[in-house]
Write a protein that binds this ligand. Structure first.
Ligand code: C5P
Length: 232
């Protein structure tokens, strides 16, 4: 397993384009994230190929279903050899506990993290689905529930890292998207931090997509981010 804290988001629609990118990278210097679009179009074979090339893979499928179904999906992910898998904390304690139990206790089991509240949702969206609560409060509540249910961590915005470290402590894995190296195009991301800012705030792993995948030289973009982090 690489000790890199950089997870490259492969947001592609086909195995060919994903492969063309990750073959330019190095499994000792980054991990890879496969999301719903790529997994639905390319299937588990692509994930197995990545694992076979030595990459740690974050299978970002955000499972949310009855406990038995989610547990079996997590077990299927483990059988692919992935490093990290996730579920929606809104599935509740029983679902998260079943998912965690399905992954077993061996030291090389996949880590299991939860999505709390999607960053696309604002307080008005929560109210509309019957949750009369501020977003930050709900994020904190669901992160605590995830920890109580035996999960290893949560996906969160870099802006939530300081609050979650204070309320949950250091023994909890925080994985943050919304990262933009200084000077890079923000695209559709709004509440961003640089890699160095996010790690300094207490993030464990950075999910970075377009600043690496859309770069003319993806390996050079990765190297620049690594350099930013070594200077901390
Ligand atoms: O290209 P970019 O760096 O914005 O990609 C970020 C990745 O992290 C994408 O795969 C996106 O779906 C994911 N993500 C996010 N914000 C969240 C959760 C996941 O950007 N709150």
């Amino acid at each position: 397993m690489s000790d890199s804290r950089i997870i490259v988001a492969l947001d592609y629609s086909s195995a060919d384009s994903a492969e063309a990118l990750y073959k330019q990278l190095d499994p000792n210097r980054c991990k890879l994230k496969v999301g719903k679009e790529l997994f639905t179009s390319a299937g588990p074979g692509l994930v197995e190929n990545m694992v076979g090339q030595g990459y740690d893979v974050f299978l970002d499928l955000k499972f949310h279903d009855i406990p038995n179904t989610v547990a079996k999906a997590c077990k299927a992910a483990a059988d692919l050899g992935v490093w990290l898998v996730n579920v929606h904390a809104l599935g509740g304690r029983a679902m998260m506990q079943s998912a965690r139990e399905a992954l077993g206790s061996s030291t090389d089991r996949p880590k299991l993290i939860a999505v709390t509240i999607l960053t696309s949702m604002k307080e008005a969206d929560l109210n509309e689905i019957g949750l009369s609560v501020a977003v930050a409060e709900q994020v904190e509540r669901l992160a605590k529930l995830s920890k109580d249910s035996g999960l290893d961590g949560v996906v969160c915005s870099p802006q939530e890292v300081t609050m979650l470290r204070q309320s949950i402590g250091n023994d909890f894995c925080l994985v943050t998207p919304g990262i933009r190296p200084a000077g890079s195009d923000t695209g559709d991301q709004k509440r961003i931090m640089t890699p160095a800012e996010a790690i300094s705030a207490g993030s464990d792993y950075l999910v970075i997509g377009r600043p690496i995948t859309q770069a003319k030289d993806p390996m050079a973009a990765l190297t620049a981010i690594e350099q930013e982090l070594t200077n901390l």
